[in-house]
Design a protein around this ligand. Structure first.
Ligand code: SAH
Length: 227
């Protein structure tokens, strides 16, 4: 344990690089190409996850599980971020809205996917976490992400409509403001449920359709259209 920590401090880049590479190959092996696209794996390879966790957790940053970020909240496990991003089929230049910014990690992966010509807007309910996310994104060098503190169930009408929306906390139902702020032809991923939660992929066309994508565990979406 002590050795690992000393190593981490002395050889930050070498050590994190090796752990990061190991995580990416685990994600490839464990999930397979169907669930996490090559494009998303490449994006995740570019995001230094150790800059999005608390300093005391840096050595665990490249393990595939959630970690506490304080205030009773967590940074999601890498595989779930990978799955959610793959479902959105993001193209360069898209405008994306994330509800539940937390550490800013998921937003950074989205920023990699949309590229410098695109934009990511993240909303975080807890002011201190919004500040944590902003700081982490700045430290990691992301300029195309804006983090706002507030109730994400209302969306962010001033920048709507969005090509994609992703919700990183579990809702009782899809909040209507988010459906309204999604572009026609757009996609949204959202976990729904309280004790048992299911990940949904929503398509907005002439009608709103949805597909169930498997069981998940997320913290609750709290707000006007949440719990
Ligand atoms: N995507 C984050 C994971 C965040 S966990 C990451 O990559 O680290 C879910 C977050 O949703 C928590 O930080 C919680 O405070 C936030 N949240 C809950 N309800 C919210 C709401 N109505 N609006 C915005 N954020 C909300």
């Amino acid at each position: 344990m002590t050795d690992t920590i000393l190593n981490t401090i002395r050889l930050p880049n070498t050590n994190f690089e090796r752990l990061h590479e190991r995580l990416i190959s685990q994600l490839k092996r464990r999930i397979g190409g169907d669930h996490i696209s090559e494009q998303v794996l490449a994006a995740m390879r570019n995001v230094p996850r150790h800059l999005f966790v608390r300093e005391s957790d840096m050595a665990k940053a490249y393990e595939d599980y959630p970690l506490s970020i304080g205030h009773g909240q967590t940074i999601s496990a890498p595989h779930i971020v990978g799955i959610m991003c793959s479902l959105l089929e993001i193209e360069k230049g898209m405008k994306i809205l994330e509800i539940g910014g937390g550490s800013g990690y998921h937003a950074a992966v989205l920023a990699e996917l949309t590229g410098p010509g695109g934009m990511v807007y993240a909303i975080e309910r807890i002011t201190e976490l919004a500040e944590f996310a902003r700081q982490n994104l700045t430290d990691a060098g992301y300029e195309n992400v804006v983090v706002t503190a507030g109730d994400g169930t209302l969306g962010l009408p001033e920048h709507a409509p969005y090509d994609c929306i992703t919700v990183a906390c579990a809702a009782p139902a899809v909040p209507q403001p988010l459906v309204d702020q999604l572009k026609r032809g757009g996609r949204m991923t959202i976990p729904i449920g309280e004790y048992t939660q299911e990940l949904y992929l929503i398509h907005k066309n002439d009608v709103i359709s949805n597909e169930k994508k498997g069981g998940v565990v997320f913290v609750p979406l709290i707000g006007e259209y949440g719990f």
